[in-house]
Ligand binder design. Structure first.
Ligand code: ZN
Length: 229
């Protein structure tokens, strides 16, 4: 069990180093995993425009169609996500109004502008390194055996995981707010208001307090966006 846990930590550490050091090449690597087919022209044009408005060079950023891997990892209902590239589920987004889709585009562009994915990798790298150092340096951990060692390592991974979910939740809120503020500044208040209407519909449908791993609840999202008006 300890060997499996240790292997997991080493894999984790290695993937963080590769991901962080190869930020541009990592984009191609991620595309082969999460979908390398280009998104349709509307998403291409809208994302490029949003990135320009956030003053981000969009040349190295792929705008792709999501395959099944992303939803498999984080759960169904994933409209879009970004990790060096941006991926969209065009079928799911097709159920929204054009303004609601545009909010999703600005939200993803905000993630890129705020460099959220590199920050996540940096966090994971720090968490892995500190766990490895703790096991090498602290006699109590170094000398622990078998099951105790495995449980301690798994606990360290769980604590790091909790920290990651907190970090991602705050990044999601930051991306929502950055997108909304830019859209309001550009005179596109109606796009933000349409997203608020969508959130209100979800809350009215009884899902306002549903616990979510990577996002604040819909009720909380509604509250931090409503105060902008
Ligand atoms: Zn997001």
């Amino acid at each position: 069990m300890y060997r499996v846990s240790r292997l997991f930590t080493h894999y984790f550490l290695l993937s963080c180093i590769v991901g962080f050091c190869m930020e541009t090449k990592g984009a191609a690597l991620y595309a082969s995993l999460f979908g390398k087919q280009d998104a349709s022209s509307w998403y291409q044009a809208a994302t490029k425009k949003a990135l320009e408005q956030f003053e981000v060079n969009s040349d190295a950023i792929g705008i792709k169609r999501m395959n099944g891997v992303g939803p498999f990892v984080v759960g169904s209902g994933l409209f879009a996500f970004s990790m060096n590239n941006v991926w969209y589920d065009e079928t799911l987004l097709g159920k929204l109004s054009e303004k609601q889709r545009l909010f999703a585009v600005y939200h993803e562009a905000a993630h890129i502008a705020l460099r959220h994915h590199p920050t996540q990798l940096l966090y994971l790298f720090g968490a892995s390194i500190s766990t490895a150092i703790a096991f090498l340096k602290f006699p109590m951990l170094k000398e622990s055996q078998g099951l105790t060692k495995s449980i301690t390592l798994l606990a360290a991974i769980a604590v790091s995981g909790c920290g990651l979910t907190k970090l991602v939740k705050n990044q999601e809120r930051a991306a929502d707010l950055k997108a909304a503020k830019l859209l309001i500044k550009l005179g596109k208040d109606d796009v933000v208001k349409d997203h608020i209407i969508w959130l209100q519909d979800v809350v009215n449908g009884g899902h306002g307090h549903d616990e979510q791993v990577w996002h604040y609840t819909f009720d909380e999202q509604l509250n931090y966006l409503k105060v902008l008006f």
